[in-house]
Design a protein around this ligand. Structure first.
Ligand code: SME
Length: 156
């Protein structure tokens, strides 16, 4: 299971030292990717509300052609249009799935949000069917919430 506690601590320390969201988003992606061998691709998409698109901020894993994803499309865009996390055990069952690579079997998308305000999302891919459980989602959510704290602070 992915343990978020250490990552949260590290992100808060970075905040205390004055690091901004760009650094935190990069650190979070690297730490989540390294934490568990089930996680084959981990990235962050940020929402561009004017264009109604998700833009890829940073990732670890194979390059993807989906650097921009319209809201409503794919697992990532559906998370935003429905304002809900997506835990997809088998991506072959999703009609509007946007393939990142041929080996991806499962995907977890966790929103980075402050209430109704959606900043973006953490996106995890795995080559293992049903890779992600509810505990993974909850743990990734705590990381997303810490990132949202910083994004809110920078918006002021
Ligand atoms: N599979 C995603 C696209 C992003 S890639 O996985 C990096 C989707 O269906 O939205």
């Amino acid at each position: 299971m992915f343990e978020a506690k250490e990552v949260i601590k590290e992100l808060q320390e970075m905040r205390d030292e004055g690091h901004l969201s760009d650094a935190l988003l990069r650190r979070a992606v690297r730490r989540i990717k390294a934490s568990d061998s089930r996680f084959d691709w981990v990235g962050v998409y940020l929402l561009n509300p004017e264009k109604s698109e998700l833009w890829l901020h940073n990732y670890v894993g194979s390059p993807t052609e989906h650097a921009k994803i319209p809201v409503g499309q794919g697992v990532c865009g559906t998370a935003v249009s429905t304002a809900s996390n997506q835990n997809v055990p088998d991506v072959s069952k999703v009609d509007n799935y946007l393939a990142c690579g041929p080996d991806v079997k499962a995907e977890l998308v966790v929103l980075i949000r402050a209430g109704d305000d959606i900043f973006g999302e953490l996106d995890l891919d795995s080559g293992k069917l049903g890779a992600f459980n509810a505990q993974d989602e909850a743990a990734v959510q705590t990381v997303a919430d810490k990132l949202a704290e910083q994004l809110v602070a920078e918006r002021r």
